[in-house]
Ligand binder design. Sequence first.
Ligand code: IPD
Ligand code: CA
Ligand code: CA
Ligand code: CA
Length: 265
Amino acid sequence: MTNWIEIDTYAKEWLKEAGDRIKESFTGKLNVQTKSNANDLVTNIDKETEQYFICKIKESYPEHRVFGEEGFGDVIENLKGVVWIIDPIDGTMNFVHQQRNFAISIGVYEDGIGKLGYIYDVVLDELYHAKSGEGAYLNEAKLPKLEEVSVDKAIVSLNATWVTPNKRIDHQTFTPLVKDVRGTRSYGSAALELAYVATGRLDAYITMRLSPWDFAGGKVLVEELGGKVTDLYGNELDMINKSPMFASKPGLHQEIIEKYIKNGK
Ligand code: IPD
Ligand code: CA
Ligand code: CA
Ligand code: CA
């Protein structure tokens, strides 16, 4: 039997330690490199943080596998057994340019089912965490279940990329939604945007291209509070490959899909 209480205790300890190391890096010189394009940044701290978690996990749980953005973990083709899905720094551009608005994101899955979710806003020392079936918390405070909201009172997070011509979707799809909602926002960290959906600061978050490590932790958190985390059309998310993602309060999720996404197709 997997000892989730022990895993949860370790995960929280490692998150704090990794967070302290990230904060210490603010006074040193960052080594910033680019990946797929000139705006896709990665730093030595992203890499060191991922390596830190892998070391700790493999030391305590050699049978667990790690699926991490920077590629130091295992090659993952399925989610059999226990898999830690890790984004060492989500919001690297914010980390480099702002030294805030980024987070460590971790989801621990067993046979594809989300068991533990963590989003750690290192700078604010705010740890959003959930154990499936046992509630979700911001630090020590238990988070309440998400309440219903209508589109006209909703704040929706949507990056400007998706309302200007782009490769993934007809950019006018979202125009009626943007007009009808109370407001739109964009924070540059998918993990934090999911944490904000979990805490009700945002009512929904829509994006056309995320990787499993961007949402693995947030999915556990939002679902624990009764929210929905799916692809754009309400289907199960692909936990191995990149996909569009739509996270929202329950009723709003259905309303947006029916009225705006399906009609916009
Ligand atoms: C990125 C952030 C960003 C989202 C990108 C992600 P990274 O993650 O979550 O908000 O729009 O799609 O790749 O690269 O900073 O970990
Ligand atoms: Ca990245
Ligand atoms: Ca990310
Ligand atoms: Ca990252």
